[in-house]
Design a protein around this ligand. Structure first.
Ligand code: NDP
Length: 319
């Protein structure tokens, strides 16, 4: 079978490409610049890549850009989307590529006669910010949708970009009759295949590279291999439908630091929160639906250890 992965050089997508090649798929991988070895060498050296990986040039903002990568594919994994918090112009840097890019990819899918299912990498960002209180007894599940007004008012631009992109995707596929499944992971950790530093790994790097404080935030955390595997399952399991939240465990940053301290007792880690407020409460995230994809979560301890080891190996960590 032939599948397309957009944004193939990214953190999650690289693992997805690896797993797809392992499973015998032919992978049409879109990247912005196929000639940039820094973005592609880790892909072209994967087992099976020589025979079954083809690189395509595509940009989220160029209409029709994904046509040739998607033509003839049975499935499309749309992972490409900018993931940054530090932006000057959110409209240009985040919202446009996320929303227009998603519609661009979906319209290439609607033109193709071969595509049977599209798997979209959405996020818990498109689920959990709806103004409902988040406390330890609250269970966030797939029926939740982030309220774009709340995201906009709070200037959570990345959250807004993922929310509007997923919303636009559901609207488009309803009109065009495309089979869409979304994967909505929490913060993704685990080893990096790509040589560049992605945003969720940099959240861990900040903690181990001498920060004085940790953010006063509680997040869900999930291993990149589980996320990549869930994408594959979402395509392969015929009954898969709708959205799938992926969270191994919800932890406050103080707990993440605690786990890191147990793993690396000699390491200087931040001792206090970035503000004097009470710690942001944790909450629960339903694991029920993801169970039907057969996801058996890798524990956060393993994910954190592998993230740190990978950051060391790639010389991002300064110890
Ligand atoms: P990366 O930054 O590693 O990957 C993002 C990918 O998007 C890169 O391949 C990047 O290409 C591509 N991209 C960005 N802008 C454009 C553009 N204009 N045209 C074409 N490609 C573009 O991040 P992740 O792997 O973490 O993210 C992958 C997906 O997963 C995203 O949709 C993200 O929102 C989602 N996600 C991530 C989570 C996490 O914690 N990591 C959690 C939940 C969801 P290039 O390499 O050329 O910059």
């Amino acid at each position: 079978k032939v599948v397309c992965v957009t944004g193939a050089s990214g953190f999650i997508a690289s693992w997805l490409v690896k797993f797809l090649l392992q499973r015998g798929y032919t992978v049409k991988a879109s990247v912005r610049d196929p000639n940039d070895a820094k973005k592609t060498a880790h892909l072209t050296s994967l087992d099976g890549a020589k025979e079954r990986l083809k690189l395509f040039k595509a940009d989220l903002l160029e209409e029709g850009s994904f046509d040739s990568a998607i033509e003839g594919c049975d499935g499309v994994f749309h992972t490409a989307s900018p993931f940054f918090h530090d932006v000057k112009d959110p409209e240009v840097e985040l919202l446009e590529p996320a929303i227009k890019g998603t519609l661009n990819v979906l319209s290439s899918c609607s033109k193709s006669k071969s595509v049977k299912r599209v798997v979209l990498t959405s996020s818990i960002a498109a689920v959990a910010y709806n103004g409902k209180p988040r406390t330890p007894d609250v269970v966030v599940d797939e029926t939740w949708f982030t309220d774009p007004n709340i995201a906009r008012e709070s200037k959570l631009w990345y959250v807004l970009s993922k929310t509007l992109a997923e919303e636009a995707a559901w609207k488009f596929v309803k009109e065009k009759g495309i089979d869409l499944v979304t994967i909505n992971p929490a913060m993704v950790i685990g080893p990096l295949l790509q040589p560049t530093l992605n945003t969720s790994a940099s959240a861990i790097l900040d903690l181990i590279n001498g920060a004085q404080t940790f953010p006063n935030l509680s997040f869900g955390w999930v291993h990149v291999k589980d996320v990549a595997n869930a994408h594959v399952q979402a395509f392969e399991v015929p009954s898969a439908s709708g959205r799938y939240l992926l969270v191994e465990r919800v932890c406050h940053y103080s707990e993440v630091v605690g786990i890191l301290r147990e793993l690396y007792p000699a390491l200087r880690l931040p001792e206090k929160s970035a503000d004097d407020k009470p710690f942001a409460p944790t909450f629960q995230v339903s694991k029920e639906k993801a169970k039907s994809l057969g996801i058996n979560y890798i524990p956060i301890q393993t994910g954190l250890k592998e993230t740190v080891e990978s950051l060391k190996e790639k010389q991002f960590a300064n110890f």
